[in-house]
Write a protein that binds this ligand. Structure first.
Ligand code: NAD
Length: 512
């Protein structure tokens, strides 16, 4: 999108396009969505919302490109990934500005998220090694057995607004390196970076049709979920939508992974290093304005002492936190994604007050000088939150932290295990026994020990438990390769001259 839109005098509304079969195409449905510059709170672009026929055109391009792309040797597919990696590195400032202008996060944060996406591309560069099968010689006389992993065909990705570069890069590099073709439906709230990434993939040598980007809403997603040519669907977004995506995709015979919402607890033990814990909370609760699926939104303390100590050191830091648009290099926390999100988050804060939590800092009505219309919510913290409250049960997805005081360690563990979400959690302690027990017993997919945001690196896999993930596969890393491929096992007899006559009964292994 046009970066000039960040200037205070926004006059031009940019019209965003799709990327189908190797080129940008204008939307044909006549339906559009607003893309905001959240730092200014103004509409800066119009995104076309694809009709069924447009999505079908993208699926057709991907289906046509599949046979020849799947036939390209893995080592040559990897070469495209190496070139793409170089191009993204060269264009990282441009890409980060696209992310920040539509999402609102700081440039440094945007660059960091693109770098995390690039690490998945680097993982995908090793695809010849990752696709190696297994071989057993002479499982019976003259019989060998071996396995291989083959691509699924056309795969689709449906991604959320909060990581407009990184989350698509969790998906398409591995899918494509495995030999699939891909249709990406990015968030309609910040779609421009995904389009630029698709162009860079083309520049890296990817044939037309292998990666397509269609913008849209439910109509586009429903088409991807029901079209028989789509074999696999990766979704990242909210639980309410992800559950429907999983059920609909599965009902239409597709392999589906749906990574969903979260409420990540940080457990602070009485022996924790409080300075370390406070620094961790600052970054993990308020970085990217809390719009991260791995954000810490609940601190549970064992007893009152760590809560009191943590609050005493946290509040001055919150008061000093610099909130502003990404164009302000001093800004540490940007706006939320759009005016609706700001109103929704402020409503959540109001509900916490109504339900009796103690509001220590109130981010409602935040105004930033020079960006008065921006979608800012200040850093907010509640103390004495209890598990029945809406601010505890719901994912707020904003800069709002709840502090819950547990009576003892067992109560804290039970609380975390009872929550419907199971994406991430962390324990802060100096006690190895407690840390080991926590890691073992906690019902959460990603666990940190004195690490607040335990996001696995690209060569491991990312995924939550409970209602934070529907499906059998986590994303990227080894699970990503498994998700985007099917296992085929071959049993072959050479030389062909060995004859044993017709066999009517099953035999034991080794007696083929
Ligand atoms: P969202 O669920 O509103 O949207 C995600 C995608 O689904 C978008 O592409 C959107 O266009 C599409 N969509 C929205 N409504 C739809 C409908 N009715 N039918 C079909 N498709 C629809 O999520 P969001 O607000 O963009 O992102 C925030 C959410 O994503 C949070 O819940 C966050 O926790 C989650 N998230 C999870 C992870 C993870 O790895 N678990 C990572 C990032 C974000």
């Amino acid at each position: 999108m046009n970066l000039q839109a960040n200037a205070a005098s926004v006059t031009d509304i940019e019209e965003i396009q799709h990327f189908i079969n190797g080129r940008r195409v204008a939307g044909a449905s006549g339906r559009f969505g607003d893309v905001y510059n959240p730092g200014l709170g103004v509409v800066a672009g119009r995104v076309p919302l694809a009709a069924k026929a447009e999505v079908e055109t993208a699926i057709a391009a991907a289906a046509a490109a599949f046979p020849s792309w799947a036939a390209v040797p893995a080592a040559r597919r990897a070469q495209v990934m190496f070139s793409f990696r170089d191009l993204v590195k060269r264009h990282i400032d441009e890409l980060a500005a696209l992310v920040s202008s539509e999402h609102g996060k700081t440039l440094e944060d945007a660059r960091g998220s693109i770098t995390r996406g690039l690490e998945v591309v680097e993982f995908a560069c090793g695809i010849p090694q990752l696709l190696k099968g297994e071989f057993s010689e002479s499982v019976a006389g003259g019989v060998d057995s071996w396995s291989m992993r083959q691509p699924l065909g056309v795969c689709a990705g449906i991604t959320p607004f909060n990581f407009p570069a990184m989350v698509p890069m969790w998906m398409f590099p591995i899918a494509i390196a495995c030999g699939n073709t891909f249709v990406l439906k990015p968030s309609e709230r910040d779609p421009s970076c995904a389009l630029r990434l698709a162009e860079l993939m083309k520049e890296a040598g990817l044939p037309d049709g292998v990666l397509n980007v269609v913008n849209g809403d439910k109509e586009a997603v429903d088409t991807l979920l029901t079209d028989a040519r789509v074999q696999g669907v990766s979704f990242v977004g909210s639980t309410a939508i992800g559950e429907i995506i999983y059920q609909t995709g599965c009902a239409h015979g597709k392999r589906v992974q749906a990574l969903c919402g979260a409420k990540n607890h940080m457990l602070v033990m009485p022996d924790a290093d409080i300075d370390q814990a406070v620094d961790a909370v600052m970054g993990a609760a308020y970085g990217s304005a809390g719009e991260r699926c791995m954000a810490i939104s609940v601190v549970v303390t064992v007893g009152d002492a760590p809560a009191d100590a943590l609050i005493a050191k946290l509040l001055p830091k919150l008061d000093a936190l610099k909130v502003g648009p990404y164009t302000d290099p001093a800004a540490e926390m940007g706006p939320v994604i759009n005016p609706d999100a700001k109103a929704r988050i402020e409503g959540c804060i109001a509900s916490g007050v109504e339900e009796g939590a103690q509001l220590l800092r109130d981010g409602r009505g935040a105004v930033v000088a020079g960006a008065e219309g921006g979608c800012f919510v200040g850093a907010t913290v509640f103390d004495r939150v209890t598990p029945g409250m809406r601010i505890y049960t719901d994912e707020i997805f904003g800069p709002v932290l709840s502090i819950v005081r547990a009576g003892d360690y067992e109560e804290a563990v039970a609380m975390i295990n009872d929550h419907e979400y199971g994406n991430g959690t962390a324990i802060f302690t100096r006690d190895g026994d407690a840390a080991r027990d926590f890691v073992h017993r906690i019902q959460i997919g990603m666990v940190g020990v004195n690490v607040p945001i335990p996001v696995p690196l690209a060569f491991h896999s990312f995924g939550g438990w409970k209602r934070s993930l529907f499906g059998d596969y986590a994303i990227h890393g080894p699970e990503g390769v498994r998700f985007y491929t099917r296992l085929k096992t071959v049993t072959s007899r050479w030389p062909s001259g060995i004859r044993e006559g017709a066999v009517f009964n099953f035999k034991a292994g080794g007696e083929h």
